[in-house]
Design a protein around this ligand. Structure first.
Ligand SMILES: [Zn+2]
Ligand SMILES: [Zn+2]
Length: 423
């Protein structure tokens, strides 16, 4: 395959040129590569070539909740959104806390054969927080990280043990930070809008306390730890201070935290219900600052597809989560690049290179010798978010009708086109 005339997003900037792909690998990147009988020639004039996006935090719902999403529909949604690799959380049914379920997810992803599907194993059996899962066996079956996402491991001694074991296997714990007792059944951010709506609030401290605890554990063991979906300004401060102090902490946030505020809950749409909750302008600004200064390493979607029935109920009863994998790239271009907050190279870092580096995955960079996981994108294309057009079974987004800029035109995995925009 020969990709001609792309604007290639490299570590240190954007360069015009061509990309030659052979046997699934990038073999050459240069200003002008003459055609030499390649079977596939792509004219990428006007398009940007990014390293294939990597989402290290998605929920694909299979096995057990296929009515919400499955590995087929989730993979279709991923490549439609420009992602070539996704890491899926273990809160399935049964929970991915053993080699059988982890192996099933990995093989199912290979069978579907669209994006690369990397399973994340549970930290504790059944995500119940009582005893450690079979970490070594899951690693051998292809688990790329450990997480009890959805809940925190409340028992600090067990969490410490998990971090110790994980690091012994070269893995990192991805921490969902939430003190459930303090959150006390809340459904939105605690603040002006929770008072206004009468919906029960979740204080920032419910998140920050667990971020602080997990930083303390990582510091005492001198092992890496990764903080999931940071939503609070105070969480950003904790992580920034820990990094400055030499703690091996990395962190992620999501488009709904850096692009929106909890003003959107005022219409009582349950599609705005997500955990942790969307917070206030102060938090949004801190997250943008954290993305800019490197405190926040990654942008993930926390893609959490749900069935209509899970959301079409009273706010208090609705499921938490946003279906986000098909809008994430548009949000990054619209809210981070077009506003001058991040460069394209920095966006590629947050959405590909850093996730690859933190989890030890292939990809993450366009360079000779790397797997040919490539996103060709049109950054000037304006489009309107329409959940009906999602490939995901989950149509639950609070951003329907939003005007975004930038979309995937062609998603290439191991040198094969897995998605191509029509017309
Ligand atoms: Zn979570
Ligand atoms: Zn999640």
């Amino acid at each position: 395959m020969l990709i001609k005339n792309a604007k290639i997003v490299l570590l240190d900037g954007v360069r015009d040129g061509d990309i030659l792909v052979k046997n699934g690998k990038i073999v050459r990147i240069a200003e002008n590569i003459p055609a030499d009988g390649e079977k596939e020639k792509i004219d990428a004039s006007g398009l940007y070539a990014f390293p294939g996006l990597i989402d290290m935090h998605v929920h694909l719902r299979e096995p057990g909740y296929e009515y919400k999403e499955d590995i087929q529909s989730g993979s279709e949604a991923a490549v439609h959104g420009g992602f070539t690799q996704v890491c899926c959380m273990p809160n399935t049914n049964p929970v991915a806390d053993n080699k059988a379920v982890v192996g099933y997810i990995r093989r199912r992803g290979e069978e579907v054969g669209l994006c690369k599907v990397r399973p994340i194993g549970a930290i504790t059996r059944g995500e119940k927080g009582a005893e450690l899962a079979d970490i070594g066996e899951m690693k051998a079956e292809g688990a790329v990280a450990l997480s009890d996402d959805g809940v925190s491991v409340v028992n600090s001694r067990l969490m410490r043990l998990a971090m110790e074991y994980a690091s012994g296997f070269g893995m990192v714990c991805l921490c969902h930070c939430e003190d459930k007792v303090l959150a006390d059944g809340g459904v939105v951010n605690e603040g002006y809008n929770s008072t206004l709506t009468g919906l029960k609030g979740i204080p920032r401290a419910a998140e920050d306390i667990m971020i602080a605890r997990d930083i303390c554990l990582a510091q005492s063991l001198d092992v890496p730890v990764h903080i999931c979906h940071v939503s609070t300004y105070s969480g950003v401060q904790l992580i920034r201070a820990a990094k400055a102090g030499g703690v091996k902490v990395t962190a992620e946030t999501c488009p709904h935290y850096y692009a929106a505020t909890d003003d959107i809950i005022r219409g009582f749409s349950t599609d705005t219900k997500v955990n942790p909750p969307i917070r206030e302008e102060r938090d949004r600004q801190a997250l943008l600052e954290g993305l800019k200064d490197g405190t926040i390493d990654c942008i993930v979607t926390d893609h959490a597809p749900h069935h209509k029935n899970d959301k079409d109920v009273e706010y208090d009863l609705a499921a938490f989560g946003i279906s986000g994998i098909e809008t994430s790239f548009g949000f990054a271009i619209t809210y981070l690049y077009k506003t001058g907050i991040l460069t394209l190279s920095e966006i590629a870092d947050k959405m590909s290179r850093n996730p690859a580096r933190i989890l030890g995955l292939e990809g993450g960079e366009l360079k000779e010798g790397a797997a040919a996981d490539i996103l060709l994108a049109d950054l000037d294309k304006k489009w309107t978010v329409d959940p009906a057009a999602f490939r995901s079974k989950g149509k639950n987004t609070p951003f329907a009708g939003y005007e975004l800029c930038g979309e995937a035109v062609c998603t290439i995995v191991d040198g094969k086109i897995k998605y191509r925009r029509e017309n």
